[in-house]
Design a protein around this ligand. Structure first.
Ligand code: ASP
Length: 436
């Protein structure tokens, strides 16, 4: 599967680049993408999204219920939180240091600057700003995490303009259900727990069926992006794109490898080999939530992490631990400040760091989830929110890269918690052989 998805990805990229250079302006190509290729990619994505809500609910509630007692839950929760906070902070520090050293927002030629400024007034930029304007105060955001109506949060979880708690609120509801299940053990609750297990199995099966479409779906998704984008816009913003990509690579292969080797005590190379399918799925879907089912399966089957730890850490992490997104947000805010010639005071820079760390927790795990959050951070430090238009053209590509880092970070967290829970007993990597 791993290899077939990779082939799909490569075909998508090459065919996309070819079509972009040969027929970029052709209406036929646009028609084909809009009516055939992109919808086919969407079929694959939508089947996965269809399964995400029941999966998140059942995986998290079961994960918590199976932990057995609430003290254990507290310990695992704390370990997950501390680990994620540290790697997210490192990620933001890497991004911000790079953007301060390279200063990609300065030194653009006048022609390029004018071309980019034109994007500030586009309707897409304005829509993102409007969406951000609907955001609530911090107190409201926190209150919304406790859902008044979890069904409403589940129903609107993927709606762009929804300002309720969404997926995070649904997770809180699942946590409550899991804790209550662990506390009341009776014949009747056993029936409910078995129902959740059945739901989990059914949903995983649906995903398995959807994944048969993955190589084709991935090819179509990537083709649609590349054929329309091409390389021009990436070259235009070359330094900025390079800073984000190098930062993400340092986090992925530097920070994670060090954590794997010295904290988790396992081989980084073997780790990356075993999670190949997750990396490819994250890269091509640009969505941590859509990658969750694959991450859950691969982490259990190929890394030997127990279902209760994977169910808890990965499910929460798919929304609340996004290291790549945090790095991207820090870099983008400072880049746009440089672009508009706004010098940020040290206090404002600290605000950007803190806001980026928080953004890693609050960003929805869907394509482009971080854009409204960036607008909020931009406005809070006095940079025009519409500036987001400057980077919209390259966002999809960067989204693919940061989502990969987000999901990989979640898996290292799950492996870390598993090792700590088993007191570093056998190496989870060496006790399982990867599934074919
Ligand atoms: N697409 C990212 C994810 O799902 C979120 C974002 O940074 O836009 O992890």
């Amino acid at each position: 599967m791993h290899t077939r998805i990779f082939i799909g990805l490569t075909v998508g990229v090459i065919a996309g680049l070819l079509c972009n250079s040969l027929f970029r302006e052709s209406p036929a190509l646009k028609w084909l993408i809009r009516n055939l290729i992109s919808p086919f990619g969407q079929i694959f994505l939508r089947i996965i999204f269809m399964a995400v809500i029941p999966l998140i609910f059942s995986a998290l509630a079961l994960g918590v219920a199976e932990l057995g007692d609430v003290r254990r839950l507290g310990r695992i929760g704390l370990r997950t939180f501390v680990y994620c906070l540290i790697i997210t902070t490192l990620s933001v520090v890497i991004g911000i240091s790079l953007v301060q050293i390279v200063r990609p927002g300065t030194g653009l030629s006048d022609a390029d600057r004018q071309m980019l400024l034109a994007a500030v007034t586009t309707s897409a930029a304005k829509a993102t700003v409007e969406q951000a304007a609907q955001a609530k105060s911090l107190v409201e955001v926190l209150l919304n995490l406790i859902p008044k109506n979890p069904f409403a949060d589940a129903a609107h979880a993927f709606d762009e303009g929804y300002t309720g708690g969404g997926i995070l609120a649904l997770m809180v509801c699942a946590l409550f259900v899991g804790v209550a299940l662990a506390l009341v053990r009776s014949e009747r609750t056993e029936v409910f727990e078995r129902f959740l297990q059945g739901l989990y199995d059914v949903v995983m099966k649906i995903i398995q069926i959807a994944m048969k479409l993955a190589p084709y779906g991935v090819a179509c998704l990537v083709f649609s992006v590349v054929a329309q984008l091409g390389l021009d816009v990436i070259v235009l913003l070359g330094k900025y794109v390079a800073v984000v990509v190098v930062g993400l690579a340092l986090q992925m292969f530097g920070v994670y490898s060090l954590a794997l080797k010295y904290v988790i005590k396992t081989s980084p190379r073997e780790f990356f080999q075993r999670i190949g399918e997750v990396i490819l799925t994250a890269f091509s879907t640009s969505s941590s939530n859509a990658t969750l089912p694959v991450a859950l399966r691969v982490t259990q089957e190929n890394l030997g992490v127990s279902r209760r730890v994977a169910g808890f850490v990965l499910t929460l992490g798919s929304t609340a631990n996004q290291n790549g997104t945090a790095l991207f947000e820090g870099v983008t805010v400072l880049f746009l400040a440089q672009f508009f010639g706004i010098e940020l005071t040290p206090t404002q820079q600290v605000t950007v760091v803190l806001a980026s760390v928080l953004a890693g927790i609050g960003t929805a795990g869907v394509p482009g989830g971080s854009l409204p959050v960036i607008v909020l951070v931009l406005q809070s430090v006095g940079v025009p929110g519409e500036g987001i238009g400057v980077i919209l053209g390259v966002d999809r590509f960067l989204d693919m890269c940061r989502t990969t880092v987000n999901v990989t970070g979640d898996i290292t967290a799950a492996l870390y918690v598993e090792k700590r829970e088993s007191n570093f007993a056998p190496n989870p990597l060496s006790t399982v052989s990867p599934q074919p």
